[in-house]
Write a protein that binds this ligand. Structure first.
Ligand code: NCD
Length: 319
């Protein structure tokens, strides 16, 4: 079984075999999540601390539930109201928490690279729950599992990622993951919302939905991340919806069985039509949320196995 990692900081360090191992285990947890008994004891005796320095509803809830279903002691810290506000640095906060001997630390932070830095200062497994515009690995993994279940495979698919690519860590992690699994990726959106240098990732770029969605298997919509914009990126939300908002008419350019995805939270009527988002014949948005719990269970389970193995080696053997 391939997954020799201490932390889950991004998709970048993962091999296709690592990704497959994780998704296979997550598939089993998804089954468990649909059964009457949802618990197991993979994390029994371990402590999981969630540190979210940015607002989050689904990701934080998902990690919390995942840890609880695996029997960990889970604590969630709302970092907005924490000592950070009193001037403590990220590293000081981390060192304080480290002294409480957590085994798994789940961190979301507004700055790209902050979670990586923190992982170098603590002696437990660190999971990146989103750092700035950099990576959001568990989101890309849950998207991958959702696609694999809907399409029966995770390779040689045509996938369109649409909208605010420039500000999106979800897009970045997905581009890396879907590329590693040998899919054809198209980025669709206004040129103002395309990051510079994106051509290097081996993707095709479109500024028209009609061309970009033509014959794709998967349409992944992104939230317009207004909190990361300092003005001037789009003329108006109405205009944006008209040109790039996904509705039934634009979806008709894609394959007849194309699925619709969105990481949430959604701006209905801005990047996606509300009715289409709720249409279970096309939209897998709810399944994405369900797979989120399963993927986080799998990620924490695999990291905990490695953590236990590493500690067993380090611990002196008593005669
Ligand atoms: C995403 C995020 O936080 O990066 N949301 C999520 O994790 N479900 C995307 C977003 O905020 O638009």
């Amino acid at each position: 079984m391939s997954f020799a990692h201490t932390h889950l900081l991004g998709i970048e360090p993962l091999s296709p075999a690592d990704i497959t191992t994780l998704l296979d285990l997550a598939g089993q947890y998804a089954e468990q999540g649909r059964s009457a008994v949802k618990h197991s004891d993979a994390l029994a005796g371990l402590t999981q601390i969630n540190m979210f320095f940015e607002n989050s509803t689904r990701t934080q809830a998902s990690f919390e539930l995942a840890g609880k279903r695996l029997g960990a002691d889970v604590m969630s810290m709302g970092m907005q109201a924490s000592s950070i506000k009193k001037g403590e640095t990220l590293i000081d906060t981390a060192m304080t928490l480290n002294a409480m001997h957590p085994d798994l630390l789940v961190v979301r932070h507004p700055h790209s690279g902050a979670v990586d830095l923190l992982s170098q200062k603590v002696n437990c497994a660190v999971l990146n729950a989103g750092d700035g515009r950099h990576e959001h690995p568990t989101q890309a993994l849950l998207d991958a599992l959702t696609i694999r279940r809907a399409k029966g495979r995770l390779h040689r698919l045509n996938i369109a990622i649409c909208g605010d690519i420039a500000h999106s860590r979800v897009a970045r992690s997905n581009i890396i993951l879907l590329g590693k699994m040998e899919n054809r990726i198209r980025l669709v959106g206004p040129p103002t919302l395309m990051p510079s240098g994106i051509g290097e990732f081996g993707v095709e770029i479109y500024d028209s939905m009609a061309e970009g969605l033509k014959d794709v298997d998967v349409v992944m919509m992104l939230r317009l991340q207004r909190e990361r914009m300092d003005g001037g990126f789009i003329p108006s939300e109405r205009e944006y919806y008209h040109r790039y908002g996904l509705d039934a008419e634009k979806l008709a350019y894609a394959k007849p069985d194309a699925i619709v995805m969105h990481p949430g939270p959604m701006n209905r009527g801005v990047e996606i039509d509300g009715e289409l988002a709720d249409d279970l014949r096309r939209s897998v948005i709810r399944e994405q949320v369900e797979m989120g719990v399963a993927v986080r269970m799998a990620a924490m389970d695999l990291l905990a196995r490695n953590l236990r193995a590493a500690r067993a080696v380090k611990r002196p053997v008593m005669a």
